[in-house]
Design a protein around this ligand. Structure first.
Ligand SMILES: [Zn+2]
Length: 92
């Protein structure tokens, strides 16, 4: 598995929806790849914040942290931002 495949499976991994063979492959990749591990951590942090925000509104500091986490996750995932269309930054 490479980083591109890993990022495609990351959401399913976090939601526990990967079949066992893919689960093993993603775990193996995560052990060898600090970039994808950092990305996974970022997603987990974002998910925790989003989950919390459904119960109580985020503070300004938490909102800033969320934005920073998302932005750093994007730059980790794709060092050449702008090289391909990105749904987060694409102009309407
Ligand atoms: Zn990777």
């Amino acid at each position: 598995m490479n980083c591109e495949e890993m990022s495609a499976h990351l959401i399913d991994l976090l939601q526990g929806e990967l079949p066992p063979d893919l689960l093993a492959a993603t775990r193996q990749h995560l052990q060898a790849c600090p970039c994808c591990t950092a990305l996974q951590m970022s997603f987990m942090g974002v998910r925790a914040l989003v989950h919390r925000s459904m119960e109580t509104p985020l503070t300004a500091a938490e909102r800033a942290q969320l934005a920073e986490t998302v932005l750093s996750a994007i730059s980790l995932e794709d060092p050449g931002v702008g090289a391909r269309p990105d749904p987060m930054t694409r102009p309407r």
